[in-house]
Design a protein around this ligand. Structure first.
Ligand code: NAD
Length: 270
């Protein structure tokens, strides 16, 4: 088996202009991959290009909306022009309507609007489908590895985040099926389920209210949010040869959150 960091490897990252996708793009470049980096946020992509300057791998920034299968194909095409596609990490996502703590009913399922529901499913679930379909086609004769970003909201419910939770549960199921269909072709497909990660999305979902932040940290066994780089390292590792026997898993990277029985709390904190 070759070294996962050897030069000449090519990866796709979506949502590459911010947060986990940006950190993953930089981590791939550090490991020697050339990356086709897609996002709808052009200025975010420019920042990603700057962050990767001087690293062994390169970034080809591509304006790509994951809800549009044509631009997804363009992103895959850009990757194939860099060389043989070996890895893809699908990070693009949105939170959608979130529980407004001051008006506790505003985003419960009974009040979610048709457009809000459709948009979250379109970006978070159909978007991942568009990417996985295109990436599997590109890897069909060569093999490769795909990682999709779900969430702990893909394995447990969360009041006030109904569309997001439904979309992220869908990503878990899609990933398992893609793993089964890809296995005979040497395509591994895995899912990462982050807990809270310090990115713009976390701020959008929960704000920076110190009481809320403290409560969230207290409910996390490791006592803090994850850093985007901690998720990026896992994504790059899952795509590399060191993870060659791993497929179909949904891996929580959540500081222990989904392992905790809320009745017993965090040791030493109750
Ligand atoms: N931050 C967290 O706490 C957290 C927790 C669990 C799961 N996640 C998941 O991790 C992934 C990355 O989240 P993040 O925290 O880095 O968020 P982020 O908001 O920092 O980055 C998301 C990126 O996706 C891009 N994007 C949005 N819609 C797009 C579209 N239609 N096409 C292409 N790009 C689009 C945005 O422009 C942005 O650059 C998401 O799928 C998110 O649901 C994040």
């Amino acid at each position: 088996m070759s070294d996962p960091g050897s030069p000449g490897r090519v990866a796709i990252v979506t949502g590459a202009g911010s947060g986990i996708g940006q950190a993953t793009t930089v981590a791939f470049c550090r490991a020697g991959y050339d990356v086709a980096a897609g996002d709808v946020d052009r200025s975010g992509l420019e920042e990603t290009v700057r962050l990767a300057e001087g690293l062994p791998g390169s970034v080809d920034a591509v304006s790509a909306d994951v809800t549009d299968s044509f631009t997804v194909e363009s992103l895959t095409g850009a990757a194939l022009r860099l060389g043989q596609l070996q890895a893809a990490v699908n990070c693009a996502g949105i939170v959608g309507p979130t529980l407004d703590l001051s008006e506790s009913d505003s985003s419960r399922l009974r009040d979610v609007s048709d457009p809000d529901w459709a948009r979250v499913i379109e970006v978070n679930l159909t978007g991942v489908f568009n990417c996985v379909r295109s990436q599997m086609r590109a890897m069909w004769d060569t093999g490769g590895a795909i990682v999709n970003l779900s969430s702990i909201a893909g394995v447990v419910g969360t009041a006030g985040l109904g569309p997001y939770v439904a979309s992220k549960h869908g990503v878990v199921g899609l990933g398992k099926t893609a793993a089964l269909e890809g296995a005979p072709r040497g395509i591994r497909v895995n899912t990462i389920c982050p807990g809270t990660v310090a990115t713009p999305m976390l701020m959008e979902a929960f704000g920076s209210d110190p009481t809320q932040t403290a409560a969230r940290d207290a409910a996390t066994p490791l006592g803090r949010p994850g850093e985007p780089e901690e998720l990026a390292e896992v994504a790059v590792w899952l795509c590399g040869d060191s993870a060659s026997y791993i497929t179909g898993v949904s891996l929580p990277v959540d500081g222990g959150t989904t392992s905790m029985n809320p009745r017993s709390g965090v040791a030493g904190k109750t």
